[in-house]
Design a protein around this ligand. Structure first.
Ligand code: FES
Ligand code: FES
Length: 389
């Protein structure tokens, strides 16, 4: 039995689990977000006995006798000040990192309400933001510190929208306080949970997939393979990505899905996934784009390894070059860049009459509707995609 407090309420829990699961699933305190699940991104930051901690790497067994504060546990004054300061400084974009940022800010300001910009930088070192570039967040924390220090009232927000007015985002409050819903925050009574079995190898032929043992597990609702998918391809530009890799087909990266299992409770997903049997023949992976262009490179797709070639020109290029005072010819390349992916790739779906509703973090509801309806072999009108925060 573990005894601890969350936001002033005493809890006694028998079973050990991650603090983030207890907060989000058991207490429905979804203001604490789960990004990386590995202690790296800071979206799950909470306060334990006055110190910052990552809820995704903290177990309930470490909490006996301790006190946890989440974003929901801030006082009304704190909520109002942080919401105003972050809104005023334009520090909130997608908002996924912001509750964790505010918790880090609170720990700093509770100890020192006159921080320097360097103090603020240090305080949020463990919090990644995929959107803002940090400057506005630092300004927001400095403003919040000033408001607490000088006991300033929270000004009325300017909502008239006149030219030159500094407007706060309409969703600044729900994003700052974590009350807005991302796909992973949705809970529906009786919902089931699904997870994909990913490829063991970056490139391999899948010789056999057997889900019979998974299906026999008492908590398993269903286990699906490529045979269950009416149209087994997806892809925005070219539908060349297998939804699930079928027996006899090759995987192209470790993220390729082989099977999908659904369980009545989330905690059984890994146990059931482990029962899916897959036989592979491991193949040499193609890990270098230049190697992939060579004629003798393994062909990853029926049409080869080039997705598309683009030539961009505007106006009469030959004439412009002929008449130019100088002509510079060079080869330019850009580095590969990817943003820090924080929000979990997840979706919640349910059926209402003939319509399947899909709530996801995707920003492109029309592409999603097109691809989901094509994959399921149903009309587009039967799929309604909702883009969450
Ligand atoms: S640090 Fe916990 S979810 Fe990223
Ligand atoms: S506002 Fe920080 S992750 Fe989007």
């Amino acid at each position: 039995m573990y005894r601890f407090q969350v936001n002033g309420t005493q809890h006694e829990v028998q079973e050990d689990q991650r603090l983030i699961d207890f907060l989000r699933a058991d207490l429905k305190l979804t203001g604490t977000k789960e990004g990386c699940s590995a202690g790296a991104c800071g979206t799950c930051t909470v306060i334990i006995d006055g110190k910052k901690a990552k809820a995704c790497v903290t177990k309930l067994s470490q909490l006996d006798g301790k006190s946890v504060v989440t974003i929901e546990g801030l006082s009304e004054r704190e909520k109002a000040v942080y919401t105003y300061a972050f809104g005023e400084c334009g520090a909130v974009q997608c908002g996924f990192c912001i509750p964790g940022m505010i918790i880090s800010a609170k720990v700093l300001i509770d100890e020192n309400n006159d921080p320097t910009p360097d103090d603020v930088k240090k305080a949020i070192l463990g919090n990644i933001c995929r959107c803002t570039g940090y400057v506005k967040i630092e300004e927001g924390i400095m403003l919040a510190a000033k408001m607490f220090r000088e006991n300033l009232p929270v000004p009325e927000k300017d909502t008239n929208g006149n030219v030159g007015a500094r407007l706060h985002r309409v969703d600044a409050e729900e994003k700052a306080l974590g009350t807005g819903q991302y796909a992973d925050d949705i809970h529906m009574d009786g919902m089931i949970y699904a997870k994909a079995l990913r490829s063991k190898y970056p490139r391999a032929r899948v010789d056999r997939v057997d889900v019979s043992k998974a299906l026999a597990h008492p908590k398993c609702v269903t286990a699906l393979t490529a045979k269950d998918v009416p149209f087994n391809k997806t892809g925005h530009l070219v539908p060349d990505w297998d939804v699930l890799i079928a027996e006899g087909d090759n995987t192209r990266y470790v993220g390729d899905a082989i099977a999908l299992v659904a369980t009545t409770e989330k905690k059984y997903l890994d146990e059931v996934l482990a029962l899916v049997e897959v036989d592979y023949t491991e193949l040499e992976p193609v890990v270098d784009p230049l190697e992939a262009l060579k004629p003798d490179a393994p062909q990853l797709h029926p049409n080869g390894n080039v997705l598309s070639r683009q030539t961009l020109s505007r106006g009469d290029v030959d004439k412009a070059i002929a008449e130019a005072a100088f002509v510079v010819t060079n080869h330019y390349s850009t580095p590969q860049t990817d943003h820090a992916f924080m929000e979990p790739e997840c979706a919640v779906a349910y059926r209402e009459g003939d319509v399947i509703h899909l709530h996801s973090g995707s920003q492109n509801v029309y592409d999603d509707r097109h691809e989901v309806s094509r994959m399921l072999g149903i009309p587009e009108e039967s799929v309604k995609v909702h883009s969450m925060l």
